[in-house]
Ligand binder design. Structure first.
Ligand SMILES: Nc1ncnc2c1ncn2[C@@H]1O[C@H](COP(=O)(O)OP(=O)(O)OP(=O)(O)O)[C@@H](O)[C@H]1O
Ligand code: SF4
Ligand SMILES: [Mg+2]
Length: 403
């Protein structure tokens, strides 16, 4: 400890907020769904940057802005699809929710409980400190700093679970299925009795249509679809409320994909689960989704119900994504919107609207390369991020191709 450090007065520290739930938050005026329920998960102005190191001494030379000001709410019983090209930041949002990566700024709430790790909180104070320390606090000048970590408690790990794309890398090849699915029961639920774990694992296997003879097998003895069922059973072990599904069907062949999607729909109805469903396959999300958020280079481009996105897409990127789907009609195929150029680097995003170098509608507006797009309400739950309102109106050119 610094020799000059003074101990902060106990009465002062006792009156400081000791828990971030008591700190001022952004979470007022939460929306409700049609049943009047509050969201189970809320993300507000989330930014996640990955540091880029370079040079001889591996110093930080920049940031990959993987997620850049993303906000959304997820309600019980609904599926919010996150779609967008590879590298647009979908998995990073999932990792930030699960506290697997440090957020740069923004807030994440489970119900009304803040669950992200905001790092150091600065609390202004009237008293001036040279240097002061007390438990988790550090004071200097007119500021007291509090380091806050480990908000993602065991309870939360039970309530928010993830299913990754590749079941092979999610399952330990040296463990039997009973131990793989039993692990969260032991660690998170604290169940010790082997017979009880076995009984509960069997229940879970039956939920995902596997059988008692599968209990003592190893992962290599299963097909891809069965392995994904095992991963889903493990995710369900602790009665979660939110399931993050990161491309859960991309590694499977088409017939097995349909089985897993139907299983997920079934489970959602049965347990009233909220799904954050990450995919780049629009037909999958059309089948399973309630709402869809379209992402481009770390930001939302458009969010709306499945009907809004498929039948009244507004953002030029959404239109391009929809028109890139496989189509049988030769006439529609001829009129496809082909995006020019490559996705820009999230380390050096273009100024103004990040989509402007590739946008097929930028000619209709003069400020796309200068001004940040604004969120525009299109009615109901439908929003788009495009040129600021008040400039020339948007066209719907190209929409006839895809609706
Ligand atoms: N650990 C990391 N360090 C540095 N950059 C990273 C790291 N993880 C991801 N990125 C970068 O962050 C951006 C977003 O990555 P992310 O994995 O979230 O994309 P994604 O939308 O899930 O892509 P995909 O559809 O291919 O899975 C990418 O540009 C990626 O290169
Ligand atoms: S702001 Fe301009 S460049 Fe961006 S999506 Fe809208 S029209 Fe295209
Ligand atoms: Mg990903």
């Amino acid at each position: 400890m610094d020799a000059a450090a003074e101990k902060l007065p106990t009465d002062l520290v006792e009156n400081l907020p000791t828990d971030i739930e008591n700190l001022p938050t952004n979470i007022e005026n939460l929306p409700t769904n049609s049943k009047g329920e509050l969201p189970v998960l809320s993300v507000r102005n989330l930014h996640v940057y990955y540091p880029v190191q370079g040079g001889l001494f591996k110093r930080k030379v920049g940031d990959v802005r993987a997620v850049n000001d993303v906000s959304f709410d997820l309600f019980k019983g609904e599926t919010l699809g996150l779609v967008g090209e590879s590298g647009c930041g979908k998995t990073t949002i999932a990792k930030a929710i699960l506290n697997l990566v440090r957020t740069h700024s923004g807030e994440i709430y489970y119900g009304k409980k803040r669950i992200d790790d905001p790092g150091t909180i600065v609390i202004p104070n009237e008293k001036t400190f040279k240097i002061g320390r007390y438990r988790g606090y550090y004071a200097h000048g007119n500021y007291i700093f509090q380091r806050i970590t480990d908000r993602f408690t065991k309870d939360l790990r039970q309530k928010i679970q993830i299913v990754f794309q590749d079941p092979d890398s999610s399952l330990n090849p040296r463990m039997k299925i009973v131990d793989i699915i039993g692990e969260p029961l032991r660690i998170l639920k604290g169940i010790k009795k082997k017979s009880e774990i076995r009984r509960r694992v069997l229940e879970l296997l039956e939920i995902v249509s596997l059988k008692v003879e599968h209990l003592d097998r190893f992962p290599h003895e299963f097909s891809g679809g069965q392995k994904q069922r095992i991963v889903i059973a493990r995710a369900l072990a602790c009665d979660p409320e939110v399931l993050i599904l990161d491309e859960p069907t991309s590694a499977l062949d088409v017939s097995v994909q349909a089985q897993i999607l139907n299983l997920l729909i079934d489970l959602q109805r049965r347990f009233n689960l909220a799904f954050l469903f990450i995919t780049h396959d629009l037909s999958v999300i059309q089948h399973i989704g309630t709402r869809i958020a379209v992402m481009y280079l770390g930001k939302f481009a458009e969010i709306g119900t499945v009907d809004d996105i498929f039948h009244a897409p507004n953002h030029p990127y959404t239109k391009a994504l929809l028109s890139a789907r496989p189509m049988f009609d030769a006439e529609l195929r001829k009129n496809r919107i082909i995006l020019e150029g490559e996705i820009p680097s999230p380390q050096h995003p273009p100024p103004g609207c990040a989509f402007h170098p590739r946008c097929q509608e930028k000619g209709d507006h003069s400020t796309c390369n200068l001004e940040e797009p604004e969120r525009i309400h299109l009615g109901g739950d439908h929003y788009t991020w495009c040129v600021p309102t008040g400039t020339s109106p948007k066209t719907f050119k190209g929409q006839e191709v895809i609706s």
